[in-house]
Design a protein around this ligand. Structure first.
Ligand code: GLA
Length: 353
């Protein structure tokens, strides 16, 4: 595995890029700054490789402004309303960084910290073990949280994310990966033609500040019904209150599961012009589907690419938003002595048609 310097983080720590490869020529470049996936090269149906994730060429790009391109998110993926929650009778106040709400771990979430990286190779493939110890009180969260996240590029073209955490005080934890995909190739156009299938009968309706209303809604008859393959663009401009509240798709779906923590299919995505397919399996109960609504052409990415509206989408496997305040949602509280464990697999292949 190749390791090259990528610059220096604002705290003075050196940052590296690790290049993971497999025998089919798939290549993922990953940095220990924020656990960011910088590039991911996978073949199309003619065997031509393209980078299918958005991002920047240099660390400076990520430091200047990044809507979480490629990053590892923690302690809490998505929002916690007003940055407040009560746990065991005590109220906690978190950093607010999205209007009045807390988003993706706060002002300096796990996407902006330097992780310790340990490369490995095994029978499955090659990868990195990232470790970060988040101090008690960081961004307002209780307890010292020791997070260990393993990225593996497998021999059969999958990226596997294994998350583990322990704590010394009860705390919410909801780790995820925030890569923006464009399976036609980074910067090559919008993602509206991607054909998506989601294994979800229900989704989480939100208010205009993207906080869950509390109910889990049946997707039947809504633009959130992706149980049959449907392009992202087919209904995105419909006059629908939920699409208005998210400014497009920016919602969690509730994955269909028979058992709590099995690894099951979450999403199948086909990009018809290239034939590239991405399939996501996860042990998580939900997945945030974000259609790149806040990209507006102001960010200039890799090799001069301009990220216009909806040039990338994210599928963030995770627990549901605002769970610490939504007592009907699966719990995100980790207690001392418990192990947080979560696995998500993003597999790449091609479709002949
Ligand atoms: C998540 C959020 C969105 C947005 C993006 C990044 O998907 O739900 O509202 O913050 O991350 O911009």
């Amino acid at each position: 595995m190749e390791r090259t310097p990528f610059g220096t983080a604002p705290g003075g720590q050196p940052v590296d890029v690790y290049t993971l490869t497999n025998k089919s020529g798939v290549e993922a470049r990953v940095t220990n700054y924020g656990g960011i996936i910088l590039s991911l090269r996978v073949p199309d149906r003619h065997g031509r490789f393209d980078d299918v994730v958005l991002g920047y060429d240099s660390l400076a790009g990520y430091l200047a402004e990044s809507p979480y391109f490629g990053a590892l998110i923690g302690r809490y993926g998505n929002r916690i309303a007003r940055g407040r929650f009560t746990l065991d009778g005590q109220q906690y106040t978190l950093a607010t960084n999205n209007g009045v709400n807390h988003l993706h771990g706060g002002l300096k979430g796990f996407d902006k910290v330097v992780w310790t990286a340990e490369p490995f190779e095994n029978a499955q493939g090659m990868g990195l073990v990232f470790t970060y110890v988040s101090p008690d009180g960081e961004e307002g969260y209780p307890g010292t949280l020791t997070a260990r996240v393993t990225y593996t590029l497998t021999g059969d073209n999958a990226l596997v994310f294994d998350y583990h955490a322990t704590t010394d005080k009860a705390t919410p934890v909801n780790l995820t990966q925030h890569s923006y995909f464009n399976l036609a190739g980074d910067g090559k156009g919008d993602i509206l033609g991607h054909v998506v299938t989601l294994n979800a009968d229900r989704f989480v309706p939100i208010d205009p500040t993207s906080i869950p209303l509390g109910d889990l809604r049946d997707v039947t008859g809504t633009p959130f019904d992706f149980r049959r393959p449907t392009s992202i663009g087919a209904r995105i401009r419909q006059d629908d209150e939920q699409l208005r509240n998210g400014q497009g798709y920016d919602h969690s779906v509730v994955l269909n599961k028979s058992g709590a923590s099995e690894l099951t299919l979450a999403a199948h995505v086909l990009e018809p012009t290239s034939g590239r397919v991405m399939e996501i399996h996860t042990t998580e109960p939900g997945m945030q589907f974000y259609s790149g609504n806040f990209l507006d052409g102001t960010l200039k990415g890799k090799k001069g690419a301009v990220y216009h509206h909806r040039y990338g989408f994210a599928m963030e496997t995770q627990h549901l938003p605002d769970s610490p305040n939504q007592l009907g949602f699966p719990s995100t509280i980790l207690r001392p002595g418990e192990h947080y464990r979560s696995r998500s697999v993003y597999s790449f292949s091609v479709s002949a048609v």
